[in-house]
Design a protein around this ligand. Structure first.
Ligand code: TNX
Length: 556
């Protein structure tokens, strides 16, 4: 009976698929934005008359009933504020007031896709994976009226039929917790917001010159010294060119996540179908570590955790075996905390001055037959890649890892524009697009003089929305290497959680649609209309986002 039931659901989904390919786009989207303010826009949507009233007596039926589907049911019940939702494991029975989740790994729906039907009686979500069904529920969430967040009483959801699946497999957001440190509670909120818009990857930038943020049991000095800086630079380097005139706040600053906290966050993310990719920066952006372990630098030091922003001259010594031993020990602990396929190893902005003048680095260069310091950096990254590949992990690096020869299995994050991404894809490497002119959320988002101090640039909502991740220079086989896009939130000028939200939202919502929905033609004003309604969700979740009224259209 179970089999028949599931089959009948798939049959409906299949029929829908065949009949409704262009359904949404043949509708007048403008008119349905009010009733279905969905972002990202689904592949296909059939408006239906009527509404479903969700009450306290809601049941959640799981087909099949297992640990994974049960976790989804708990997530749904807790989001809807139903302490006593009954969870059913039987295919038979009354559908009334029921959310049915049907998972069939052999079904026709792609891995992260889902089919959703809301009738006046019931909700049904069908998918090939629990992750797909999870995204289906995120769509339901966006149809819940804003009044739910204030009154928590009756919930009326408009009836609809949706078939949906993402364009890209990698849909990322990044957060730099080194320049400023953000508490675990906020990281969880960041993840919750991400899933509301169907992001599936959180890139956690855990280490940099200004602070080391992950507890490593083997090296307590990282927690004692590298996790703290003496003070923080006030203002912007552009306006204070003379370094000796620069002002500092005189306050010790820092912190780190304990391994218990990291495990807790990883588990929290897992339940929400988010993969966390940790970043451990090397060989550059590592002065904080040198402050704790001066023997890992090319000079004797002394070093101190950076108190200013920018690119530092001091990096790990590439000639010393101690450096590799240290990094391997660290990575060993990191991979025990993070189950992700990928480990991000940084690789950006490595000044080569120290290596040029270091006898050990020069010995290494000659012994390995390397032509220059770019090749020495390549050697460094390859060694780390080999170590991680042996542990069944893949590396991601910033696009500088292309210089001097890219490591064989590396995935490249293209940040200095799109050229690194093009080059890497042409060489057959996988690519994640994070070009700074479109996807750096530390840049200004409006030209208003009232904007809080930011690093620079101008990347408004429209620019993000109109960004196309696949460069037109690529042939189709090369284009297949573009896994998706990610926005980066660097925090030199972002000191509080509220400010992170302000810089990230609503721009992240525009990126969510870029990554998820394959649109032949983008219509910004139509997106903007949906967004106006959709932002009520963020109001409900108490997000300090950048108000739409001060958004400006693109000015170059
Ligand atoms: C460049 S993007 C950096 C970061 C800065 C950022 C500021 C990248 C790989 N490196 O270290 O925080 O610019 O926008």
């Amino acid at each position: 009976m179970n089999v028949l039931y599931v089959f009948s659901r798939y049959f409906v989904a299949l029929l829908f698929l065949l009949s409704a390919q262009q359904e949404l786009f043949s509708q007048d989207i403008e008119n349905i934005a009010e009733r279905y303010p969905l972002i990202p826009l689904p592949i296909s949507l059939k408006p239906q008359l009527g509404e479903l009233q969700i009450t306290n007596a809601l049941k959640i039926r799981l087909l099949p009933y297992n640990k994974e589907t049960q976790e989804l049911a708990e997530y749904i019940a807790s989001f809807l504020g139903l302490q006593h939702a009954s969870i059913l494991e039987n295919a038979l029975g009354d559908d009334k007031n029921c959310i049915t989740i049907s998972i069939d790994p052999h079904g026709v729906i792609p891995p992260e896709g889902y089919y959703l039907s809301i009738t006046p009686d019931a909700i049904s979500i069908t998918a090939s994976t629990v992750q797909g069904a999870f995204w289906g529920f995120q769509t339901v969430k966006q149809l819940i009226p804003a009044s739910f967040y204030t009154s928590h009483t009756s919930i009326a959801i408009p009836c609809v039929e949706i078939y949906d699946a993402p364009r890209f497999t990698y849909r990322g957001l990044h957060l730099d917790v080194s320049r400023h440190f953000f508490p675990v509670e906020f990281i969880k909120k960041y993840i919750d917001l991400m899933v509301s818009y169907k992001f599936n990857t959180f890139h956690w930038h855990l280490t940099d010159d200004q602070g080391w943020r992950v507890e490593i049991k083997k090296y307590p000095r990282l927690q004692e010294i590298a996790a703290f800086r003496d003070e923080t630079f006030l203002g912007h380097p552009k306006t204070q060119l003379f370094t000796f005139l620069r002002k500092f706040d005189g306050r010790r600053y820092g912190g780190f996540y304990t391994q218990e906290e990291i495990k807790d966050v990883v588990e929290y993310a897992r339940k929400r179908h988010i993969e966390i990719i940790p970043e451990i920066e090397l060989p550059g952006h590592s002065v904080a570590v040198l402050a704790a372990f001066p023997e890992l630098g090319c000079s004797k030091g002394p070093y101190k955790t950076a108190t200013q922003w920018g690119i530092m001259r001091d990096v790990y010594c590439a000639g010393s075996e101690k450096t590799f031993e240290f990094l391997e020990n660290i990575l060993e602990e990191v991979i025990s905390l993070f189950p992700s396929t990928y480990i991000h190893i940084g690789g950006d902005e490595v000044l080569k001055t120290r290596w040029r003048n270091c006898s050990k680095c020069q010995e290494r260069r000659q012994a390995e037959g390397l032509k220059n310091e770019e090749e020495l950096q390549s050697y460094f990254i390859r060694r780390i890649e080999q170590f991680l590949n042996k542990k069944n992990r893949q590396i991601i690096g910033w696009d500088e890892i292309l210089e001097g020869g890219v490591a064989p299995n590396a995935t490249v994050m293209s940040w200095r524009g799109v050229s690194g991404g093009i080059k890497a894809a042409q060489q057959g490497h996988n690519v994640i697009m994070t070009p700074n002119q479109y996807l750096y959320f530390d840049h200004y988002q409006s030209k208003s003089p009232n904007e809080p101090l930011a690093i620079g640039g101008f990347t408004n909502l429209e620019k993000v929305y109109l960004y196309e991740p696949v460069p037109k220079e690529l042939q189709p086989d090369e284009a297949a290497h573009i896994l998706g896009a990610q926005a980066n939130v660097w925090t030199e000028f972002i000191a509080t959680s509220e400010q992170v939200e302000y810089m990230t939202y609503p721009r992240a919502i525009a990126l969510a649609e870029v990554n998820w929905t394959a649109l032949t033609e983008k219509n910004y004003s139509q997106f903007y209309k949906r967004l106006t309604r959709n932002l009520l969700l963020l109001d409900g979740l108490r997000v300090h986002y950048h108000p739409l009224s001060s958004q400006e259209s693109t000015q170059k």
